[in-house]
Design a protein around this ligand. Structure first.
Ligand code: PLP
Length: 393
């Protein structure tokens, strides 16, 4: 059966990539040019300054043509050597994927295990570091916002645990699904390597990623021995743009310039955060209502760690989340995120980050409720009314 072409706009409720504002799409329709052209350099420099403001850093930044995985790999190969030990804080599918990457690159990985529905006990992070009296651990890696489970891990508490243990390890924080949606403060929180990507809160296409790097980490970089070339920060510093070993993806910067204008000038970064938390509360109100009658539930069981950019929703026992997603997509043209790793088929996810407003969220929630009714999924009807009540508060 060829795919049906539905009428009307698709409601795209994935947690990344996210909706791209029309003005950002149009900004990308820019004729190509020499990346050393002074007109482009001006745009580029403005974007770097803007990205630093969003990351809340005055330190270093390096960019790559590649998705978030590229920036994950870049900070590992630039800061570590084969056989080095890193401590990964388990949060879900993405923390495990980052750990697997580190193993493939030749590192020893220790994990602070955690229940994916409740999140890590920070005392266990402190204990793991305190037990490492020989300082074998060279870096602590945390995913600020675990996109697979809809949970936010408090990075300042991780920093405090490292400091309380008097441990010199670097702190690496993945802000891929938090940057530009949730508050992230690289310098204030003492993050040594931040990992960001283009396709979520920054509202761009997939394909550009970056690291914010502390001055302390730049010193550590000098002694790192893992093989690297395209990702090598030393090579980059010798390049005119201090990033990009190779051709600079110029259209990304025209789009980023416009996205930064929307975020910082048109809306204001603090208002962006407030909008995300308002929409997230409405989504949670709907799910909490549906959970009556043995309906679907919030996957995250720790209210202090609810993510304001993505909500993972756990289906009732024996009900397949992907069947519900298929109805939402094929019948109603609403695209929802799926469960990742062991949560496949058990969980679906509503992304509520990026270029999004109340009608888009209400439309998505109403369609989920419709699809549940059509599919015979048990739930308490009225989740949309609960979301409206939350938004009207
Ligand atoms: N880290 C987090 C928290 C993510 O959500 C993702 C992707 O969704 C990644 C890393 C991997 O990034 P990418 O898919 O852009 O390579």
């Amino acid at each position: 059966q060829p795919a049906r072409k539905p009428r009307g706009r698709q409601f795209f409720a994935n947690p990344g990539p996210t909706n791209i504002p029309d003005s950002v799409l149009l900004a990308g329709a820019h004729q190509t040019m020499d990346f050393n052209d002074p007109n482009f350099i001006e745009v580029y420099d403005g974007c770097i300054a803007g990205l630093k403001r969003i990351l809340k850093t005055e330190q270093n930044i390096f960019l790559y043509t590649g998705s978030g995985h590229a920036a994950w790999e870049a900070c590992l190969v630039n800061l570590l050597s084969a056989g080095d030990t890193i401590l990964i804080i388990e949060s879900g599918y993405f923390s495990i994927s980052w750990a697997k990457m580190a193993e493939d690159l030749g590192m020893e990985v220790r994990t602070v295990e955690a229940d994916w529905r409740r999140g890590v006990d920070i005392a266990a992070v402190k204990a793991a570091l305190a037990a490492d009296t020989g300082h074998a651990i060279k870096a602590v890696c945390v995913v600020h916002n675990e996109t697979a489970t809809g949970m936010m891990i408090p990075v300042p508490e991780v920093r405090a645990a490292i400091d309380a243990a008097g441990h010199p390890a670097l702190l690496m924080a993945d802000t891929i699904s938090s940057l530009g949606s949730l508050d992230f403060r690289m310098d204030e929180w003492g993050v040594d390597a931040a990992v960001g990507g283009s396709q979520k809160g920054l509202m761009l296409h997939t394909g550009m990623s970056f690291n914010g790097v502390s001055n302390k980490a730049m010193e550590v970089h000098k002694t790192s021995k893992l093989p690297k070339h395209y990702f090598n920060w030393t090579n980059m510093l010798a390049r005119p743009h201090k990033s990009f070993v190779g051709t600079v993806p110029i259209s990304f910067f025209y789009m980023l310039q416009e996205a930064l204008r929307l975020i910082e000038q048109e809306e204001g970064l603090e208002n962006v955060f407030l909008r995300h938390s308002r929409l997230a509360r409405a989504v949670r109100a709907a799910v909490q209502h549906w959970s009556g009658n043995n309906g679907p539930q919030l996957f995250c069981l720790n209210p202090s760690r609810y993510s304001d950019s993505v909500t993972a929703i756990m289906m009732p026992e024996g009900v397949n989340a992907d069947a519900l997603r298929a109805i939402a997509l094929q019948k109603y043209n609403v695209s929802l995120g799926g469960g990742l790793g062991p949560l496949g088929g058990k969980v679906f996810r509503i992304g509520h980050l990026g270029d999004l407003n109340e009608p888009m969220i209400l439309g998505t929630l109403a369609t989920v409720e419709l699809a549940m009714k059509v599919a015979g999924v048990p739930h308490a009807p009225g989740g949309v009314a609960a979301a409206i009540a939350s938004l009207a508060e």
